[in-house]
Design a protein around this ligand. Structure first.
Ligand code: PAF
Length: 288
């Protein structure tokens, strides 16, 4: 198969989904904004054996971009994406236009807001409205694609927790699974936004991951110095020209302040005009 079937409208999508549901087939969904890389394909491959029918949605969601963000320049590569999805065994690509998802316009649509304890910090503080945009479109994709299971990457760790919370609070009958971050050989987390980096920025970009790893190791050895170690990490990044939006140590399950449970270290930096995010788990006892 050269290209998987592609539908652009909710009615064509519904016809497929209803037939699959009638046949008792388990439907999986990989929501994406396209410009696929190995990170997305790893999610497709992880979900493929867990369902009978696999849908990938490709939709650059205007609602999750702020007014000064990169909505216009976000790379759109539908044909190349479809080829990669065919090779990875996707049954159907759902690639709607903005009007199909937001018939009343994206600013006039009902939205879904996950509580600010989860969405008002970290990326949500730097990108007001972003997680409302994500929660709204993911709710719509769940209602349209009706998946039994959906997968999200751990690269967007806060997004993953926002979606888990959304599913729990609104009783979506969807199992949410996650896939690990896929990295370039030098450690940089794969992201469509890496294309924006010029060669010099690209060389410096892996420092974000290295710094978060060092912070995680330091924390495993000195768990009560979370704040001090995070501030040190921010200084190191900033000295190297990676301007931190934040470096934070959080409870891995709630993003609340670090406590006795598992911890996650998260960071976001600006490198030139590009915003990069990354995160790593803290392994208890590592570094001691
Ligand atoms: O992670 C993404 O690519 C997007 O935020 C998502 C989940 C597809 C919603 O637009």
């Amino acid at each position: 198969m050269d290209q998987p079937d592609t539908v652009n409208t909710r009615s064509d999508l519904a016809a497929r989904v209803v037939a699959w549901q009638r046949a008792g087939e388990r439907i999986g969904l990989v929501p994406t904004m396209g410009n696929l890389h190995e990170g997305h394909l790893s999610l497709v491959r992880a979900l493929r054996p867990q369902c009978d029918r696999l849908i990938t949605s490709i939709f650059v969601n205007p609602l999750q971009f702020g007014p000064d963000e990169d909505l216009e320049r976000y790379p759109r590569t539908l044909e190349a994406d479809r080829k990669q999805l065919a090779a990875a065994g996707v049954d159907l690509v759902f690639a709607p236009g903005v009007k199909e998802i937001y018939p009343r316009g994206d600013q006039a649509s009902t939205v879904v807001e996950v509580p600010t304890e989860l969405t008002g910090q970290l990326c949500g503080r730097d990108r007001p409205g972003h997680f409302t945009g994500v929660a709204t479109v993911v709710s719509k994709l769940f209602n349209l694609c009706r998946p039994d299971v959906a997968i999200f990457g751990e690269k967007d760790y806060q997004q993953l927790l926002v979606i888990r919370r959304l599913v729990e609070d609104l009783d979506f009958p969807v199992e949410v699974v996650s896939g690990p971050i896929v990295r370039e050989d030098d450690g940089l987390a794969m992201s469509s936004r890496n294309h924006y980096l010029d060669p010099g920025e690209r060389r410096r970009a892996p420092l974000l991951y290295r710094t978060l790893c060092e912070l995680a190791e330091g924390l495993a050895a000195q768990p009560d110095r979370a704040d001090a170690l995070a501030r040190q990490a921010e200084s190191r990044l900033s000295e190297a020209g990676l301007e931190p939006d934040y470096v934070a140590v959080r409870d891995a399950r709630t993003l609340g302040p670090p406590g006795a449970g598992p911890l996650r270290v998260l960071g976001a930096v600006r490198l030139g005009s590009t915003r990069l995010i990354d995160n790593v788990a803290v392994r208890p006892g590592a570094g001691t």
